[in-house]
Design a protein. Structure first.
Length: 269
C-alpha cells in the first residue's frame, strides 16, 4: 500500500474540537484566586459557563473576567470548614445553572508547623478543609452526575503527596488521601461515564506560600529541585484543566497529573 493509501485510511480526528467545553457547566471551589482562578477562567475560555464557589464572595475578579468573555458566571458562598455550606454547594450550583458537567475541587489550605506543635484543632482543620470537604462535594456531585451518566471531576492534590514535604504533615496526609480517593472514585464511577482525575501542583507562586517565598533558602531549594528552574504560575494549570475537563481526556481516569516543572522526575540531587 502506498503512503497515500495509508494516510487515507487514517481516521480524521477533530483534535481541537475535543477541547471544547461549549454548552457545559462547571463548578469550581477556590476559583477566586491563584490556581483556581486560572483554571476557572480557562474553562470559560473553552466555552463553559461557571459557578465559582468561594469563601470571599466580595471578590468578583474571576466572575468579571469570565463575563467579559461572554460566558455566564455566578458566585456562591462556600466555607470549606462549614459542613452545611459544603453539603449544599452542589445543589446551590445546580439551582443557579441547571446542572453540573464538570467539578474542580481546588479550594484548600496549608499550615506550616512542626509536627510536635500540631494540635488536634490544627489537624482537624487541615484535614477537614483539604480532604473531608472535597469528599463531600464529590459525593454530592455524584448524585447529579450518575443519573445523567456523564461528568468530569478534577481534584487538586499536591507534589507533597509524592515527596512528603516538611512541616506540613497534615497537609501531606490530606493531599495523599486525595490521590487515593481519586482512584477509588474512578473505579466506582467509570461505569457511569464519570471521569475522575487529579492535578498535583509543584512549586507554584501563589498566596498560599507568600510568606515562605520571603525566605531565600526556601526559594533556592525549590529552584534547585526544579529542572524548569522557575516557580510555576497559576496560568500553567489552564491547559491541564481544560484537557481533563474535556472530551480530549475521555480515556483518562484515576490519574494524577503532576504539574511541577519536572521536579518529581528529577528526584534527589
Amino acid at each position: 500500500m502506498s503512503d497515500e493509501g495509508k494516510l487515507a485510511d487514517t481516521p480524521q480526528i477533530p483534535a481541537l474540537d475535543l477541547f471544547s467545553l461549549r454548552g457545559q457547566v462547571a463548578l469550581v471551589t477556590g476559583g477566586s484566586r491563584g490556581i483556581g482562578a486560572a483554571m476557572t477562567i480557562a474553562l470559560a475560555q473553552a466555552g463553559a459557563d461557571v459557578v465559582s464557589a468561594q469563601r470571599d464572595t466580595s471578590n468578583t475578579s474571576t466572575r468579571d473576567a469570565i463575563r467579559a468573555l461572554g460566558r455566564k458566571c455566578e458566585i456562591i458562598g462556600c466555607d470549606l470548614t462549614d459542613k452545611e455550606s459544603v453539603k449544599t454547594v452542589v445543589q446551590r450550583a445546580v439551582d443557579a445553572m441547571g446542572n453540573i458537567d464538570i467539578l474542580i475541587n481546588c479550594g484548600g489550605m496549608l499550615k506550616r508547623q512542626d509536627t510536635v506543635d500540631i494540635t488536634s484543632a490544627d489537624w482537624n482543620e487541615v484535614i477537614d478543609t483539604n480532604l473531608t470537604a472535597l469528599f463531600t462535594i464529590c459525593q454530592e456531585a455524584g448524585k447529579h452526575m450518575i443519573p445523567r451518566r456523564r461528568g468530569k471531576i478534577i481534584n487538586v492534590s499536591s507534589l507533597n503527596a509524592f515527596i512528603g514535604g516538611a512541616r506540613v504533615i497534615h497537609y501531606t496526609a490530606a493531599k495523599t488521601a486525595v490521590m487515593g480517593l481519586t482512584k477509588a472514585l474512578s473505579n466506582e464511577w467509570a461505569k457511569y461515564n464519570i471521569h475522575v482525575n487529579a492535578i498535583a501542583p509543584g512549586s507554584i507562586a501563589t498566596d498560599i506560600n507568600t510568606e515562605a517565598r520571603k525566605d531565600p533558602a526556601f526559594v533556592k531549594n525549590r529552584l534547585v529541585g526544579t529542572p524548569g528552574n522557575r516557580w510555576g504560575a497559576p496560568e500553567d494549570f489552564a491547559g491541564p484543566a481544560v484537557f481533563l475537563a474535556s472530551a480530549a481526556s475521555n480515556y483518562v481516569s484515576g490519574e494524577t497529573l503532576v504539574v511541577d516543572g519536572g521536579a518529581l522526575g528529577k528526584g534527589p540531587i
